[in-house]
Design a binder for this molecule. Structure first.
Ligand code: ZN
Length: 311
């Protein structure tokens, strides 16, 4: 195999472009707190998302990287100027659904309505055409065989909604680790969040609590392994609240949720700075376009095809 990066190149100039994404939601909208904070209370809580997104825009500008902002329709409706600023900086605006309800809580009709409403707000506020979707809490899995068909029908080019791992809140361990076409009948591409192989097991390595809690060296190892040994792009995500150590603490949340949510916030911005400088990053729509060229490898795997047949 050709050494990677080739002589004279760094990871910043290497051929593989990794997908960088931000799931834009406020501190009170995360799945971990959904049983403690009612949706009907959201409008009474002090928003912090805008300040955090502006810090992220500064970080990306300083590192000269473009990324994708998967944004809740609820947030875009209340922060149109922020959406415009994201778009004006050359980043991609994509959908994270309307108000963070997980896909497996919908039937197909309700899901269709959710993504239609979210997209209309995102496009109005940003002036961009939205072609990408990320399910809240990576909630497309074996329970939602109709979700990809609905995304394709509404004209989405790609989704990044599957975590191909075992996890207590989400995950579809039978799904492929890299880009695949979930439907034989449509060009829609799914870009699963990155996993690394360690001792034959899949480890979540594309963001979330693991990135905040483990040393940065683990992420560096995982992304290098994916880029160099496997020759594929990594798909990484984080949230605006993760760079905000001063966010209000939510009383009454289970200890496990609190540990997961608040650990490592103070170190997060520094780790992200290292990450965006060390590797080559781009928008998710660009990664999807490159991955779509691997047509032969992308055919719906058997497990997924069986799913589609059941839909
Ligand atoms: Zn989310």
């Amino acid at each position: 195999m050709q050494p990677f990066p080739p002589p004279g190149e760094t990871e910043r100039t290497a051929p593989v472009i990794n997908g960088l994404s931000v799931d834009v939601e406020d501190w009170f909208q995360v799945g971990a707190f959904e049983n403690v904070i009612a949706r009907s209370d959201w409008d009474t809580l002090k928003t912090r998302v805008e300040d955090n997104v502006f810090r992220i825009l500064d970080l990306f500008a300083e590192a000269d990287v473009k990324a994708t902002f998967f944004t809740l329709g609820w947030v875009a409706k209340r922060h149109p100027a922020m959406m415009r600023r994201i778009a004006d900086a050359g980043h991609e605006v994509a959908s994270h659904g309307y108000d963070h309800a997980r896909v497996f809580t919908f039937d197909r009709k309700a899901f269709a309505e959710d993504i239609r409403t979210a997209r209309a707000v995102l496009e109005d506020s940003s002036g961009q055409h939205v072609t990408g979707y990320r399910a809240p809490s990576f909630s497309i899995d074996h329970r939602t065989p109709w979700a990809f068909a609905e995304l394709a029908e509404q004209g989405y080019a790609y989704s990044s909604s599957v975590a191909p791992v075992v996890h207590d809140h989400y995950g579809w361990p039978a799904a492929p680790r890299f880009a695949f076409r979930p439907l034989a009948s449509a060009s829609l591409v799914e870009l699963p969040v990155t996993t690394a192989l360690f001792g034959g097991r899949r480890l979540a390595a594309g963001g979330g609590g693991f990135f905040r809690v483990l040393p940065y060296g683990f992420s560096r190892w995982a992304i290098r392994q994916v880029n160099r040994a496997e020759g594929r792009p990594a798909v990484f995500y984080f949230h605006p609240w993760e760079i905000d150590p001063a966010q209000p603490r939510v009383p009454g949340a289970p200890i496990r949720s609190r540990l997961r949510h608040y650990t490592g916030l103070a170190r997060m911005a520094g780790k992200l700075t290292d990450l965006v400088h060390e590797f080559r990053w781009g928008r998710m729509d660009a990664v999807a376009a490159v991955e779509a060229l691997r047509a032969d490898e992308l055919a719906a795997p058997q497990a997924i095809a069986a799913h589609e047949a059941a839909a």
